[in-house]
Design a protein around this ligand. Structure first.
Ligand SMILES: Cc1ncc(COP(=O)(O)O)c(C=O)c1O
Length: 424
């Protein structure tokens, strides 16, 4: 293991040694090796030098076909020229100024035209800014305090989104959360029956995409019943589309699944890498969002707004969500076949544009770690235990090369992990 790290990733490791001295943990958060989903850590790079289209190059000069897309923001392809040109034009005019630019109105109009439920848009920087705003707006609107969440759902890192027992998190931080299981309508109904007078908000991702476990689509009729329960009990229904937004449907993931939330939180895919997030919502929530006190130093910056407007227009031109679903289907069908050629039953869950991979016959998860590690060594960037992301610039050649690499990687898995070939 050490050999891979030292030969292939010499500069990455040297840089990390420097980073460790001046940055807590070397690389903060989930991108650092301490909290990483890139397991085994030795098989992966830590620092990227440049990226273009569907590929990136690490600081050691290794090239990768990328299926993580910077955890989602890369939706059109890295350094997309149209987006970068729009950003550069705005930059000539000004970015962080005393007041917002005209582009703020233009972008809001574009989102209102694009996303089915949107009557208005509010801009911030990160996904967590807008999931937190959704909860505050729901409280302001209903005069109630609690939020229903689905266990294992991820909505950011603000204290209210975290888990009991994590350093720095108190019971009080989580006191207003009520957790139910994904797709468990009976459990949800029980909670709402008992606590409807306290529940301000139900927040959920459009489908369940936790880490370290198979992802789950909504059961037939699930969302329609959730919506009915929320409407009947004065609960604001907020969809966290930070991850899936624009990778299922440009009109919103709720449109894809056929329901109508009150609020939807967006971030990753709307700016193609420029820092911007948005909460969009229905007219009923307009005055609550106007009333809450909520702002940030860079939230009105015009450059990311120009980049976002160009991104959304290009996604329309390409029919981006359907393109990514198609590319994801071609890739995942190929992966399943290649795995099958080696006697491995690969399970793909979630949407094809955001697929999750597992080998269910090995519950130790090690087979999957070996697979992603062997792929990383050969220049294909998958993670072991997180959903992947497709972007619009992925080519047929990228997919063909990925399948060649996957074939070799599954061969190694089959030879080194007897459980992987046992099927279910
Ligand atoms: C579903 C979901 N919600 C919220 C967030 C938080 O977004 P951010 O990291 O931009 O604050 C994420 C980030 O991964 C996410 O996937």
């Amino acid at each position: 293991m050490q050999a891979i790290a030292t030969e292939r990733y010499a500069r990455t490791r040297a840089l990390f040694e420097r980073g460790l001295k001046v940055i807590p943990g070397g690389i903060p958060g989930h991108l650092g090796p301490v909290q990483s989903q890139f397991i085994p850590v030795d098989s992966y790079l830590f620092y990227v030098e440049r990226a273009k289209g569907s590929r990136f190059w690490d600081v050691d000069g290794n090239e990768f076909i990328d299926y993580m897309c910077a955890f989602g923001p890369n939706v059109l392809g890295y350094n997309n020229e149209l987006v970068d040109q729009a950003a550069a034009r705005q930059s000539q005019l000004g970015n962080c100024m005393p007041m917002p630019g005209e582009i703020q109105v233009e972008l809001a109009e574009l989102l209102v035209e694009t996303i089915e439920i949107a009557d208005w848009a509010f801009f911030a920087k990160n996904g967590n800014d807008v999931t937190s705003l959704a909860v505050m707006a729901a409280r302001a609107h209903t005069g109630k305090t609690k939020t229903v969440l689905f266990k294992g759902g991820y909505h950011g890192v603000a204290p209210w989104t975290q888990k009991h027992g994590r350093p720095g998190i108190t019971r009080e931080d989580l006191a207003n959360n009520i957790y139910v299981k994904w797709n468990d309508l009976e459990g949800l109904e029980n909670v709402i029956r008992r606590q409807k007078d306290e529940i301000a908000c139900l927040m959920a991702t459009p489908y369940h995409h936790p880490i370290f476990e198979d992802n789950a689509l909504p059961a037939p009729g699930f969302w329609q019943e959730v919506e009915r329960l929320c409407r009947a009990n004065d609960i604001v229904l907020a969809v966290d589309d930070v991850r899936a937004g624009f990778r299922l449907d440009l009109a919103g993931s709720a449109h894809y699944f056929g329901f109508t939330p009150d609020l939807a939180a967006y971030c990753k895919a709307i700016g193609n890498g420029y820092a911007i997030s948005a909460l969009v919502g229905r007219d009923e929530l307009r005055s609550a969002v106007t009333d809450v006190f909520y702002t940030g130093s860079y939230w009105s910056s015009a450059v990311p707004m120009a980049a976002a407007a160009a991104t959304v227009r290009e996604l329309h031109r390409l029919d981006g969500a359907n393109l990514m679903l198609r590319l994801g289907s071609a890739l995942t069908e190929g992966l399943r076949e290649r795995a099958g050629d080696h006697g491995i039953r690969l399970r793909i869950s979630g949407a094809p544009s955001m697929f999750y991979m597992s080998i269910p016959s090995d519950d130790s998860l090690r087979s999957m770690q070996t697979f992603s590690s062997e792929c990383a060594r050969r220049g294909v960037f998958f993670t072991s235990h997180h959903n992947h992301f497709i972007n619009c610039s992925l080519t047929d050649d990228d997919i063909a090369r990925t399948l060649e690499v996957a074939d070799e990687a599954f061969d190694v898995v089959a030879k080194t992990h007897p459980k992987a070939t046992q099927g279910e």
